[in-house]
Design a protein around this ligand. Structure first.
Ligand SMILES: Nc1ncnc2c1ncn2[C@@H]1O[C@H](COP(=O)(O)OP(=O)(O)OP(=O)(O)O)[C@@H](O)[C@H]1O
Ligand SMILES: [Mg+2]
Length: 147
């Protein structure tokens, strides 16, 4: 262990506040080039179950479209990640976002999670979105919320 934080997970959904979270994580990582930054996005499989996408598109089509969306999503932040000397990674997972983010952090020994208070949803009456709320509850490590 070389510093206070050594592997930071940034929960990235492409929202403005997740961009802010990424900037915050990269700023922290500037303190020490040995700090790693892992940008993680989760494709929420609840929509597939709710709307039965499998009936309309094939599993292959769904996988292809997710692959394209992942490339597009991370394409936007590649410049920022490449600009730091730190080791960085982009990871796309499938499942329940909060559960997968908390699990990834634990399984990969991340010692800080950085995320936005809200994400892509437009219902703004609550301070925290459901993903940030649940990650704070489920995470094994500190969670830094960008607002
Ligand atoms: N699918 C996801 N993958 C990775 N990070 C996510 C994902 N969804 C949300 N996040 C992270 O959580 C933060 C808060 O988003 P959240 O989804 O909780 O709020 P919301 O979209 O406004 O509300 P809700 O999704 O509950 O309707 C985002 O800024 C982002 O950092
Ligand atoms: Mg959301």
């Amino acid at each position: 262990m070389f510093g206070f934080y050594s592997r930071i997970l940034v929960a990235y959904d492409g929202s403005e506040l997740s961009d802010k979270a990424l900037d915050l994580a990269l700023k922290l990582a500037e303190q020490d080039s040995r700090i790693e930054v892992h940008a993680v996005t989760v494709w929420d499989d609840r929509y597939v179950q709710t709307f039965g996408y499998y009936d309309i598109v094939s599993v292959e089509e769904l996988a292809e479209s997710r692959q394209r969306s992942t490339e597009e999503l991370f394409g936007k932040i590649k410049g920022k990640l490449d600009a730091v000397p730190n080791k960085t990674a982009t990871i796309a997972l499938e499942g329940n976002p909060a559960k997968m983010l908390a699990e990834y952090a634990k399984d990969n020994d991340c010692d800080l999670i950085v995320m936005g208070s809200r994400g892509l949803s437009s219902m703004k009456e609550l301070f925290l979105g459901s993903v940030s709320h649940n990650v704070v509850q489920q995470a094994h490590c500190p969670v830094l919320i960008a607002k």
